[in-house]
Design a binder for this molecule. Structure first.
Ligand SMILES: Nc1ncnc2c1ncn2[C@@H]1O[C@H](COP(=O)(O)OP(=O)(O)OP(=O)(O)O)[C@@H](O)[C@H]1O
Ligand SMILES: [Mg+2]
Length: 323
């Protein structure tokens, strides 16, 4: 893999390509040589190339090059290079190396995610933007264990998400992630409190404990007086607040959001985003938020943009003034 230049513009050493993949739609291949977050979190650069899946180099240590302590986006000659902000020595909340997702659709092959490398530190709030169809939801689904990658590696708080048993993955997902979707995904026949407590009951928590935690979570999102309401008896913003309560009720360390404000008007969207920012600030919950809304991205500390399945830029956002 070739890195074209350093943060300071100086040329980087050129690395020779490794072994190439011969069976892109075969069994998913997961790298065992990463996931050691702490060992690598002292700052490094990862490069995405514009190669197709069959041409790409096998992910290995040679694919990553330490280049400095801090950086924004550095465009490279033939492809794109994105730098990851200098992290602490903590294990990253989410880390992905050399992720690919290929879909076979009839005769054609869709490369929905192409050689994506990402590192999200614990407590970061990161936006993912890009045009429709560029692979944002596919990437989010892979990072959360909903959808298996064709190849590559994902680690969650230092633990591998793939290449482990389905049960182990379900446990890791359940313990680590909360999800917020554009269309709220609430069950219409259940009350707000029942929707929020459901994930706890499914995990085997005692009903009275689950209800207590659900009511606490509803209180956190300002809906303590709406516990008995069904979704149809709530406004869109209130429904999304219930979804936020459901996402946080088991105190996950990472919340993944796919267009969380996509169905809300401007004001309601601001309110929901303020709620998420508050959680990020006060509880250090890590957020990865797919959004088309530049105002939402402006509230995040970092914005990753995608294009055609690849990470195009990865840049730190200047925090907006508090209103
Ligand atoms: N199950 C599937 N089978 C085949 N192709 C798929 C499948 N899911 C997604 N794709 C394709 O993968 C690409 C990325 O889709 P994805 O849903 O990730 O885009 P997106 O960036 O989330 O778009 P949007 O902003 O519209 O939600 C698209 O070209 C899409 O058609
Ligand atoms: Mg999408």
């Amino acid at each position: 893999m070739r890195l074209d230049r350093r943060i300071d513009g100086a040329p980087l050493p050129v690395h020779s390509d490794g072994q190439t993949k011969s069976d892109p739609l075969g069994k998913p291949q997961f790298h065992d040589d990463v996931g050691d977050g702490g060992a690598r979190s002292d700052g490094f650069v990862m490069a995405s190339t514009s190669k197709s899946f069959g041409q790409r180099a096998e992910g290995n240590d040679d694919d990553f090059e330490f280049i400095g302590s801090f950086g924004h986006v550095v465009p490279s000659g033939q492809g794109f290079m994105n730098t990851i902000p200098f992290g602490s020595y903590m294990t990253p909340a989410l880390e992905a190396h050399s992720l690919w997702k290929l879909y076979e659709a009839g005769e054609s092959l869709v490369e929905a995610v192409r050689d994506v490398n990402i590192k999200i530190d614990s407590g970061e709030m990161v936006a993912v933007m890009g045009p429709s169809g560029c692979g944002k939801t596919t990437l989010l689904n892979i990072l959360s264990g909903i959808d298996e990658p064709s190849s590559g590696m994902v680690s969650v708080n230092g633990e591998k998400l793939y290449g482990i048993s389905d049960d182990a993955r379900t446990d890791l997902r359940g313990a680590s992630f909360g999800f917020i979707f554009q269309d709220f995904n609430l069950l219409p026949v259940l009350s707000a409190a029942e929707n929020v407590e459901l994930p706890l009951l499914l995990k085997g928590e005692a009903p009275h404990e689950a209800r207590k935690k659900a009511l606490e979570a509803l209180e956190m999102v300002g809906l303590e007086d709406r516990g008995e309401h069904r979704p149809a008896e709530l406004s869109g913003g209130q429904q999304q607040r219930v979804a936020v309560a459901r996402a946080i009720v088991h105190q996950p360390s990472i919340i993944l959001c796919d267009e969380p404000t996509g169905n809300l008007d401007n004001n309601t969207s601001k309110e929901v985003m303020s709620l998420l920012s508050e959680m990020n600030r006060n509880q250090r919950t890590t957020f990865l938020i797919v959004t088309h809304d530049a105002n939402i991205a402006a509230k995040c500390q970092r914005t990753i943009t995608m294009s055609d399945g690849m990470v195009l830029t990865d840049s730190i956002t200047t925090p907006p003034e508090e209103e």
